[in-house]
Design a protein around this ligand. Sequence first.
Ligand SMILES: Cc1ncc(COP(=O)(O)O)c(C=O)c1O
Length: 406
Amino acid sequence: MEKEFLVYKSGELVFISDKAEFKLSQLTKDYQGPIFFYNLDFVRLRVQQMQGALKDVRLFYALKANSHPHILSVFKNSSVGIDVVSGGEIQHAIACGFSYQQLVYSGVGKTRKELELAIKNDIHQINVESIPELQRIGQMAKEMGKKANVVFRINPDISIQSHPYIATGLKDNKFGIDFGQLNDVIAAAKQHAGSIAVKGISLHLGSQMLEFSSLKDSLAKLKPLFWQLRKEFPECHRFDFGGGLGIHYEKQDLISENELLKKYADVVFSELASLKKEIPEIEIQSEPGRWLVGHCGVLLSQVQYVKKTPHKEFIILDSGMNHLLRPSLYEAYHCIHALKNTGSLKTYDVVGPICESADFFGKDRELNEVKQDDFVVVRDCGAYAATMSSDYNLQERAQEISTADF
Ligand SMILES: Cc1ncc(COP(=O)(O)O)c(C=O)c1O
């Protein structure tokens, strides 16, 4: 495996996966507007790598990262399930060929209509995030003559080194059941014993984790809770440690990302080894998103104007925060390249057409000199890019295409 996957070859940008090279200039033929392009070979490789490192862990891909049907078909063919967070995501996963028994359903605000869909179809697992939600599920399942499969998502009150907007495991966050409320949860679950099957415990600390001491501490903190639950509900046999494994946005280094994956797996296996030993039927689950698809996508956009002021030089694109919100929302860093290597570098602010000053992809970025109608490529747009886009300013959505379209 190469360290870098997006490189200039013969003066133009090429996307390399282990199998093939894809010239991104192919995307500019008959250009109609911005394009998210996904390299499916890259996704296949990442799935293999993760399944290899997290052996015997059942993976549920977090569909919110990227819902393109071609991407989902890779997961389907690799027997990866799906982590969904809305009725819309449930329906999309089903339409893309997954069964309800391959779905884990998370989210703090599940409505009656959404839960009805999940319970009616015996979904694999509902990750319950509050006591009122548990009561709603218990009541609804009873009325429907069903037994709902639930796990309790516990908020361990442990922080991760990430942007505060993507950290979810602190007591101030809305996510999960407070660590100290387990006894209340057990009491509520017992009231609904006929309509609820307590299958286990889950955790999700947040996203873009590059260091795993918080994960280690959280797993250690949750294990006694798991045993307490199992004592009360003997069918409790699942431990879901969520998603959150990060990727490098600033440098391209797939080799060090694989080392990171191994460290991540070591933390999980060392912390959960005792459960594996004592409970032969234990199911360990994970809900990865970003690590699997983050690097597989790029956003191609066309230069509308190069605007020079006495203070700055702007590249104004036909794509902005409406297509890729991460820089505006999280001050997230995405590498930006000119499609062609002209050999002369210039410093630009790369901005979009939207009427907001927050509408930028990068400030003071050095890239190959561009002129009007040239193309620019934003790297690492496979996760939380197209799925977070909007039609703000009534701009059209970007097209999404993959290697399967060629
Ligand atoms: C409950 C849950 N599981 C899994 C994920 C996936 O996280 P990541 O893409 O960082 O792996 C998320 C993302 O926010 C989530 O909220």
